[in-house]
Design a protein around this ligand. Structure first.
Ligand SMILES: NC(=O)c1ccc[n+]([C@@H]2O[C@H](COP(=O)([O-])OP(=O)(O)OC[C@H]3O[C@@H](n4cnc5c(N)ncnc54)[C@H](OP(=O)(O)O)[C@@H]3O)[C@@H](O)[C@H]2O)c1
Length: 261
């Protein structure tokens, strides 16, 4: 009996010769994005802020699979650290083509218990962080021209809101505005800018919220009837990063099991 045919991705889906930075690549969705981009051939810089060991484990996994990766620690809310981090990646890998703004936090509270400090902290990482990384990477991405990509990880919550998540929703809705404006601004140089809006994905961020009764209620609200996996978000990001998506810009790609249609 003959072997089944191997499924080989067409060249336009491959990322050979590309260099990518994934912020918050040490855990959850970012980890899946980093490993998927590397599997498609990209050299990947795995950013973290606290969890150096987790970032090192992602780098080890990529190298064990035959890919190229480096860990790069910086806080996306610290512009000087972002500049230094992006510069270090450029020097190590010789260029920069793909920026994935994935780093994010969620501080959940109803309005009467929410604080301005928590709002500012959320915006500083989720929104200003993406802005700062885009600004630091722009020079290199513009040089990459038609290969230049910015992909912002927003959220279904930024599209439709969620009680108890006003601070997070504001940051993620802002990210969509940032995406659409930068898409218009950078299109003339061939750089595309898109957002991905995941629904509920199984990671550290959602671990507490999607247990027990809450999980059952949640599953009923998702037409596909299940929580998503980080790899399912990563597939969408890898497509937007690839030459196959060269004519897609300013788009918001929902990866949510039908939660928001
Ligand atoms: N999980 C979901 O259901 C879901 C749904 C929609 C959107 N999202 C979005 O997807 C992204 C990833 O979420 P996740 O669920 O994978 O989260 P997670 O498991 O909590 O991981 C968060 C990642 O962000 C990094 N990070 C946090 N603050 C940072 C900072 N100031 N500078 C640099 N890195 C920072 C963390 O680094 P350390 O390891 O160093 O702490 C970690 O790698 C977030 O933007 C989130 O809002 C998630």
């Amino acid at each position: 009996m003959s072997e089944p045919a191997q499924h080989v991705l067409p060249p336009s889906w491959q990322l050979s010769e590309k260099v990518a930075v994934v912020t918050g690549g040490s855990r959850g969705i970012g980890r899946a994005i980093a490993t998927t981009l590397a599997a498609r051939g990209a050299k990947v810089a795995v950013n973290y802020t606290k969890n150096e060991a987790a970032a090192a484990a992602v780098v080890d996994a990529i190298k064990a699979a035959g890919g190229e990766a480096m860990a790069i620690g910086f806080d996306v809310a610290d512009p000087a650290a972002v500049d230094a981090g992006i510069k270090a990646v450029k020097e190590a890998f010789g260029g920069l083509h793909i920026l994935v703004n994935n780093a994010g936090i969620s501080i959940d509270a109803l309005l009467l218990r929410a604080s301005l400090d928590d709002l500012h902290k959320t915006l500083a990482i989720n929104l200003s962080g993406a802005f700062t990384c885009a600004k630091a990477a722009a020079r290199h991405l513009l040089r990459a021209r038609a290969d230049g990509r910015i992909i912002n990880i927003s959220s279904v919550v930024g599209e439709q809101g969620n009680a108890g998540q006003s601070m997070y929703a504001a940051s993620k809705a802002g990210l969509i505005g940032l995406t659409k404006s930068l898409a218009r601004e950078l299109a003339g140089r061939g750089v595309t800018v898109n957002a991905v809006t995941p629904g509920f994905i199984e990671t550290d961020m959602t671990a507490a919220a999607i247990q027990g009764d809450a999980r059952e209620a949640l599953l009923k609200s998702i037409p596909l009837g299940r929580i998503g996996a980080p790899e399912e978000v990563a597939e969408a990001v890898a497509f937007l990063a690839s030459p196959a998506a060269a004519y897609i810009t300013g788009h918001v790609l929902r990866v949510n099991g039908g939660l928001n249609i």
